[in-house]
Ligand binder design. Structure first.
Ligand SMILES: [Zn+2]
Length: 403
């Protein structure tokens, strides 16, 4: 062996010895905690069939074993023998009962000191099909043009999604309350809806992806809307046009507000009228009156006009969020209250606004402003409009029915 060979073999010996020493050191003295990561199983998730996922783990020295358990009972143990690993698993739910379970993946290290880490995930097994039954308006349902069609059905479990399909449109369904499995849907019937019998379908899906549906029919009945003609002085229109934003601006605002409406029912119980009605004569224009005006021609008044002493307080008809407070040419001083799920109260022609900020919560019966004649108004009155998903419906129905 020449000198070069001697040096090379000496370096080799040193490397082997030091590598061995390094391993020995790690075997003896590694104290760090190994890692364990679970994928394919979501905390709090619901599963109907097998769960397929992966466990990843790593240790500064070596992972010896991976132990998988369900509800504290060991399911399987895998020998690893590497510092990092990725192990697929498939969990059959066949023998698991309906309801909550805990899946545990435990990583155990080799070495002089055995170290462990475990990941626990709580999940739910749901093997039951979805069951649905109508509770309200499922049989022989009839609704007038301009009214709200309130549908209720019960499910056997909480659903991931539920919609009602009617008039080639979709309407969202939501839980009546947190303590109930009754779902409800508010469908605004346009004044122009053609009287006819329509097919209605409820489509529901649970968290596992099981689907179910219900079918019925709804008969839309013709409502005998009255007629009225109205003249607003040209100088009043000109003056208001200078003070307020356009009707198009208001509609654009409403479209934007609708997208932000909380997916939560903020109202409780029946609505109240924004002013006290002691005499039916205080209602100057009913909902749905077909009106002829010089600037619009023939159009339907899809709100209630009512009056009382000028500058009296106007009250919030229900709990909600102040969604808009602004001056428009046609509607004058305007307030919109968002009651959640796209149900809006619109109040027009206020004299003054109550000190309210947009975005703040308001309770039923709290002041919104005072009775005025701002906008295209011929005299002191409040115009109360209710919109569901931007379709104006009869507000009085919401004061009488338990929606
Ligand atoms: Zn009106």
């Amino acid at each position: 062996m020449n000198s070069f060979g001697k040096v090379a073999s000496l370096i080799g010996v040193i490397l082997i010895v030091s590598a061995g020493g390094w391993k020995f050191n790690n075997y003896m003295y590694t104290t760090s905690t190994p890692t364990c990561q679970l994928s394919g199983i979501e905390p709090g998730g619901t599963y109907g069939q097998a769960i397929v996922g992966k466990v990843r783990g790593q240790d500064d020295y070596k992972v010896a074993r991976l132990i998988l358990s369900i509800d504290g009972e060991p399911l399987s143990t895998f020998k690893i023998g590497k510092s990092s690993f990725e192990h697929p698993f498939s969990l059959s739910l066949e023998n698991l009962s309906q309801g909550k379970h805990i899946f545990t993946a435990e990583v155990e290290t080799g070495g002089h000191i055995t170290r462990k880490v475990c990941q626990k995930v709580e999940f739910y097994v749901d093997k039951n099909p979805v069951q649905l039954a109508f509770v309200k308006n499922g049989v022989d349902a009839k609704v007038y043009q301009g009214k709200t069609f309130h549908l209720q059905f019960q499910a056997n479990k909480e659903l991931k999604s539920a919609v009602v399909k009617l008039f080639s449109k979709e309407y969202p369904c939501f839980l009546e309350s947190n303590r109930s499995l009754v779902y409800e849907c508010y469908i605004p019937i346009e004044c122009e809806e053609v009287p006819h019998e329509y097919a209605l379908t409820v489509e529901a899906m649970d968290r596992v992806g099981n689907k179910a549906s219900l079918e019925t029919t709804v008969r839309v009945l013709s409502f005998p809307f009255r007629k009225q003609s109205l003249t607003i002085p040209a100088d009043k229109i000109k003056a208001e046009d200078e003070k307020g934003l356009s009707e198009k601006d208001l509609e654009t605002d409403i479209e934007a507000l609708l997208k932000k409406s909380p997916r939560q029912k903020l109202w409780h119980g029946p609505f109240i009228t924004p002013i006290e009605i002691k005499d039916q004569k205080q209602i100057t224009t009913d909902y749905g009156v077909i009106r002829t005006t010089q600037q619009r021609g023939v159009c339907q008044h899809k709100a209630l006009d009512m009056y009382t002493t000028p500058k009296s307080v106007i009250w919030a008809p229900q709990d909600g969020i102040i969604a808009l407070k602004n001056r428009f040419a046609h509607s004058g001083n305007t307030v919109i209250i968002d009651h959640g799920w796209g149900v809006f109260t619109l109040l027009f022609h206020l004299d003054t606004f109550a000190p309210l900020e947009v975005g703040e919560m308001i309770k039923k019966g709290k002041p919104v402003g005072t009775l005025g004649k701002t906008g295209y108004a011929t005299g002191y009155h409040v115009h109360w409009e209710m919109r569901i998903g931007n379709v104006a419906v009869d507000p009085l129905e919401w004061t009488k029915s338990h929606f």
